[in-house]
Design a protein around this ligand. Structure first.
Ligand code: ATP
Ligand code: MG
Length: 568
């Protein structure tokens, strides 16, 4: 689509403003890029995408959407040793799932290796790059520090001819790994360390997932990234703050090569409480078997959130609410949970399920009788209709919903007390049976009031508590996986000296329970999201089968009941 200037000046959506949008709107006014907005999302395919990447995806694709521009998906695959095809595929799936489309603009930095090589030769010919024989360790030593200038490499003043010859032989595989590098010739006294003759190419005799054995020299990130942006005609190259110090180098390469020069803009990365966001550490969680794969529902990966039952809408909404800023901050995990609750509240089908079952026998209800009660599928969306659930003499209720010696303000079931069964009758507790040895409550006896069908009493008698239940005869068993935070500390990287983030792992991050659930659950396609009333939001897990239903708890509801019984 050709950009149209007049409609371009105004943003399309009504997303909140931020400093990047201000820059773009100014550029559109001054026609800096000919009215174009072209961004990119540049993941390195060395792991699965996490929620931080989601913020970057929403930002880059979101800006393109808002300003009638384009956003490329570019795999930043300059490091052959850590990259795998599996990651490329997962990244594409995740971006698509979030709801974004890169159309035919799927690019790979490795597609530019030849061009980058030719540009390196151009820099050598300009006297702006040289082959250096220092070892990686020596390069580090010569670099200097923030307070001390660096020392020039003894190979810095090689002739252009010698540099061209050596560089070609580097490319031809004549030298072993680490023996030589190609470096930019800038300034060893530069206050910014990145400008002290940075390495552009290193020798690595490794096969690449796309170029195979073609190359044994690989460009460094700083030499590849800006030029890839340039080749693709990117206008605004948006990256995280740690690249601010690399911007002078980004600019230097574009200027020296005299090529299209995108503007690099840095924003603060997303940090979340109770969450690790480093791909290296996430890989360790997977490799060490601390979690069950990249898409374990406790992982902060996009695939983990998807499996846990998060919706793309909730994550996009979260990204909007978090906003875009110039300074680092840590976002409360509760905001993410708020966003998913908000969405699921609108779309999730309500069902009755009992997580920790306790049998209740309604002694005045006939043994073999049964009846159908009408239940609302979603009070927030009545177009989702109603369903019939079976009521019988024996039911399960939540163990937590019965107490022998309840505290004040406990409005659930206890001896002598009356409660309402959701969509059903009022019942009054008349007795219970305990295990002689353990004192555990085995079953509870109640009577029901036949006049209260549907949850209303004709005499206007009020009960304060409503509890959920399922019929023992008409419920099915399922497994529920209840997740808690993977880490017990807000900052998982806060550990005593000599320790590691592993010390902060929550040993109770996964609890597996057998639950009882109403059989209507089977009517729904596997993608359906559910609210187990009074319990939480759940979805089918991918390991679920017809024989064994498995649910993941996406997020809890804020159950004030649970709080009262715990604190009193
Ligand atoms: P990690 O440090 O976890 O390995 P990375 O930044 O190296 O992550 P890339 O694949 O290079 O991972 O990231 C792709 C894009 O996503 C980059 O533009 C990067 O700035 C952005 N990004 C990565 N992490 C975050 C984050 N926590 N918040 C926002 N953007 C992020
Ligand atoms: Mg990176």
């Amino acid at each position: 689509m050709e950009a149209n200037n007049s409609e371009n000046l105004e943003s399309k959506g009504n997303r909140p403003s931020n400093f990047i949008k201000t820059i773009i709107e100014e550029d559109l006014k001054t026609n800096k890029w000919g009215g174009k907005v072209h961004t990119r999302f540049p993941p390195e395919p060395n792991g699965y995408l996490h929620i931080g990447h989601a913020k970057s995806i929403c930002l880059n694709f979101g800006l393109a959407e808002e300003y009638y521009g384009k956003c490329n998906l570019r795999f930043d695959d300059t490091n052959p040793t850590k990259e795998e095809v599996e990651y490329v595929e997962s990244i594409k799936e995740d971006v698509r799932w979030l709801g974004f489309d890169w159309e035919d603009r799927e690019y790979y930095a490795s597609d530019y290796f030849q061009q980058l090589y030719e540009w390196a030769i151009k820099l050598i010919k300009k006297g702006k790059a040289f082959v250096c024989d220092l070892s990686p360790e020596e390069v580090r030593q010569y670099r200097g520090t923030l307070t001390e200038p660096g020392i020039e490499s003894p190979y810095r003043n090689r002739s252009i001819e010698e540099n061209l010859d050596l560089f070609e032989r580097m490319k031809n595989g004549e030298f072993p790994d680490g023996s030589r590098t190609l470096r930019a010739k800038i300034d060893m006294k530069h206050p910014n360390l990145n400008m002290r003759d940075p390495v552009m190419y290193r020798i690595l005799h490794e096969e690449h997932h796309r170029t195979g054995k073609k190359w044994c020299i690989y460009p460094m990130y700083d030499y590849a990234h800006g030029q890839s942006d340039s080749i693709e005609g990117i206008t605004h190259s948006i990256c995280t703050l740690e690249f601010e110090d690399h911007r002078p180098l980004y600019d230097w390469f574009c200027n020296e090569l005299e090529i299209h020069h995108p503007q690099q803009i840095e924003f603060a990365r997303l940090n979340l409480t109770y969450t690790l966001m480093s791909k290296r550490k996430l890989l360790e969680l997977v490799k060490e078997g601390i979690v069950n794969g990249w898409d374990d529902p406790r992982m902060p990966t996009i695939s983990g959130f998807r499996r846990r039952g998060y919706t793309p809408e909730s994550i996009r909404n979260f990204a909007d609410r978090v906003g875009v800023a110039k300074s680092e901050s840590i976002v409360d995990y509760a905001l993410l949970e708020f966003c998913i609750r908000e969405h699921l509240n609108k779309i999730a089908k309500r069902v009755l399920a009992v997580i920790n079952p306790l049998k209740v026998i309604i002694t005045n209800y006939p043994e073999n009788a049964e009846e159908e009660l009408e239940a609302i599928n979603n009070p927030e969306d009545l177009s989702m209709g109603t369903r019939k659930i079976k009521f019988t003499r024996e039911i399960f209720i939540e163990r937590d919903d019965f107490m022998l010696n309840p505290p004040k303000k406990y409005y659930r079931l206890s001896p002598g007390k009356e409660v309402r069964l959701r969509y059903g009758y009022y019942i009054t507790c008349t007795g219970y049976k305990t295990d002689e040895n353990t004192g555990e409550i085995l079953e509870v006896y109640c009577t029901y009031d036949p006049e209260t069908k549907g949850g209303q009493s004709p005499d206007g008698r009020k009960v304060q508590g409503t509890i959920h239940w399922v019929s023992t005869r008409y419920s099915i068993e399922a497994e529920a996986r209840l997740y808690e935070q993977l880490f017990i500390k807000e900052d998982p990287d806060d550990y005593p000296e000599g320790g590691s983030w592993r010390d902060n792992i929550n040993p109770d991050s996964l609890k597996i329970v057998n639950i009882k659930i109403e059989p209507t659950i089977l009517e729904d396609v596997l993608t359906q999201k559910f609210q187990f009333e009074r319990v939480g939001y759940f979805c089918f897990d991918k390991e679920s089968t017809k024989e064994k239903l498995i649910f993941n708890r996406t997020v809890t509801l804020r159950d004030t009941w649970a709080k009262i019984s715990k604190t009193s």
